[in-house]
Design a protein around this ligand. Sequence first.
Ligand SMILES: Cc1ncc(C[n+]2csc(CCOP(=O)(O)OP(=O)(O)O)c2C)c(N)n1
Ligand SMILES: [Mg+2]
Length: 574
Amino acid sequence: VTLDFRNTNTLWASVLTETLVRLGLKLAVVSPGSRSTPLTVALALHPDLEVIPVLDERSAGFLALGAAKRAGQPVVLVCTSGTAGANYYPAVIEAHESGVPLLLLTADRPPELRDCASGQTIDQQKLFGDFPNWYMELATPQADMGQLRYLRQTLVQAWQRSLHPDPGPVHLNCPFRDPLAPTPDATTTHLKDQITHQFFTFLSPSPPSSPPPSLPPPSLLPPPSSLLLIGPTHPPNAAEFCAAIATLSQKLHWPVLAEGLSPVRNFASLNPHLITTYDAILRQSTWAEALVPDQVIQIGPLPTSKVLRQWLERTDPLRWVVGAPGRNLDPLHGRTLPLNMDVVTLAHQVERSLPASDYLQRWLTLEQKTRQRLDAAFSSMDDLFEGKLPWQLAHTLPPGTPLMIANSMPVRDLEWFWPPSDRQIQPYFNRGANGIDGTLSTALGIAHGNQPAVLLTGDLAFLHDTNGLLSVPHLRGHLTILVVNNNGGGIFEMLPIAQFEPPFETYFATPQTVDLPKLCAAYGVDYSLIESWPQFEALLSTLPPTGVRLLEVKSDRYTTTAYRKTLIDQAAAP
Ligand SMILES: Cc1ncc(C[n+]2csc(CCOP(=O)(O)OP(=O)(O)O)c2C)c(N)n1
Ligand SMILES: [Mg+2]
């Protein structure tokens, strides 16, 4: 045990740290400040913990989010009192919405120094409203066995509640009295013999969450017109998840419509019933009519595709929703029923059904035709069309690469164009609240201590979090930032507001004037402008082991929007 008996605060914070490490904590992200000194000192001194310093708490929150997404384990955040904690807010919301465990420790003044103009003091009680899984204010530190036991068990609770029943953020507000620095005094001497490693030995990393209790399998309707729908999902074990979906679809003979933001397209040969071009297919009214479903098993949230959502809303099939007990995953208010079991259990329990109907065959024929047309269009395309980036990444990136995809057009291009592949690329995304904030920091958190990773982002999403670049020197690993620079929000070109000029350009598209090479130079990030597809392939087919580089692809948002539409419309045309 590494306990620090120099004073009451050091002992308190070292008990807190030791407890968390025993529970499985590996990483803490700490922002500088005075009130948090005891926490920072204890975390930084612990030999089995990695601690990353991040100046901007908003970026810190997202860096921790990315790291926790990848690990599936809580990451600790520490900041000082005052507005510092408020900067965690967007990451807390995303962690809540997408089920990522975070443990936020906000330092605070002790109760007697609140609401009396004592400086850098705000009301931090329930700062994040109802977004955390759990909120507690810790007691002010005391050198007392009973209080230290209370501290230890409160942390056990906090850790548990960040993981179960659903992962999410937990907030502990942590008051400290002076002295904040580890100045030795005599306040803890009476505890030196009492608190030894036995105080901690019963603690152990939490076992993997047990599968939810199995219910009898649903009474599925017999085919003919049933399908599986896989939305944005980030299962802890992608291979197992994809295998279960493949088993399910083969037992049932149902087609599998899978989002680009799920691992399913990246384990393609497991799954002969995979449909990836559903958006293009359903834009054709002939096919939309011919493919009306009676029954759907929906795994995770609905895919992003607006066309698909409108089709489901209109046809209103019976929908079984798997994978998020206690959450309403149906913005369409259709005939949905939650199925309280995970996919693996479901795949195991479902009975093999009658032979395939021609419903499956119709989907597969259309998928093949549409996919061939898209492949042909992209293979012969020399233009640096931004919509080709996901397609080209799928054909270029080293197997298993973690790929963070920013909100806005990147997630959509991925859904429309990401082909089936066996490279086991791992998609990551912040689709809980769909923010363009914290994108770079999330990607850095994913890349940290991992294999080389790539971020595909628009210019505005990237620029929203340039403070994330402050963490570049601390990255263990590599990140390639691929910026699609269409000089503003290309997504808004698709909205009716684009026809209203003014105010469209200035207030919606919001073009920017940043010189990306100079920005990179300021932060010591390598920069290259991509000017051709062969150059793109040369730069992305192998990734450097360390460092951060930015690759810029310049794009024109006016022509791109029309081009994308033509491409998708023609892909599945009869
Ligand atoms: C925090 C936050 N603010 C605003 C938005 C609204 N928004 C969605 S997309 C977008 C523009 C994104 O532009 P860019 O990253 O360049 O991607 P592009 O649309 O060009 O692909 C904005 C402002 C949001 N989603 N999140
Ligand atoms: Mg843009």
